[in-house]
Design a protein around this ligand. Sequence first.
Ligand code: IPE
Ligand code: IPE
Ligand code: MG
Length: 246
Amino acid sequence: MSYISSTVRVPDVGAMPQHIAIIMDGNGRWATQRKLPRMAGHTKGVDAVRATVEGCAKRGIGYLTLFAFSSENWRRPRDEVSFLMRLFASVLERETARLDKNGIRLRVVGDLSMFDAGLQPLIQRAEAKTAHNSRMTLTIAANYGGRWDILQAVRQLVGQTAADGRPALVDEASFAQNLALAYAPEPDLFIRTGGERRISNFLLWQLAYTELYFTDIFWPDFDDAALEAALSSYRGRERRFGRASA
Ligand code: IPE
Ligand code: IPE
Ligand code: MG
């Protein structure tokens, strides 16, 4: 499956989304409510990641994209940033075998050059180990920003030339082929937990016609029932892509 622009052609849609993108928000508030340090919320959030990955794979969803760290999250206290980096590294080390066993391909998107030297080979190894899997692609967006993605695509595109040596054509298809998620269809369903109703610089280009779902549930409490509620809301939507109602 490669990227088809929903604004160029109306995509085929079924009752089940092919691609779900999630902003996993509310870890800090989950912990604060329990008088725990924010870090406890991040640690507990990993269980919700595992449950959501398995819930999506079991339902035959082809692509799951999780926002783990935004390009603006560096603005947090240094302790919290370094905790999140260590947590990411330990999850990669502990969970890759399980992903592989479940037929799941892992991909990490974002500006990885900002990560420390120890984390980058862990990411490469986890991606390589699962590269042959095709049941579901799990993408972790880490040091990702929608604006970063658009700019890196533009920078790649302006460096490309057509067969006749002239600058490459800039259209939706050629642009989208340079986005970090060029291998995935546009998300059908966007979920944000934690009660905020904003995009926070996640997939700006790709969300053009995505169905948006917001829940007050904090990410560490997001379980199979919460996933099912989001899917049930999705099934009740009419995706018109600009057309008149059926
Ligand atoms: C989401 O939870 C996790 C990351 C952004 C890494 P938060 O840490 O943003 O939790 P709240 O929003 O402060 O509750
Ligand atoms: C968005 O959550 C980023 C991730 C979940 C990784 P934030 O908690 O950073 O978003 P804002 O700051 O509330 O918009
Ligand atoms: Mg937050």
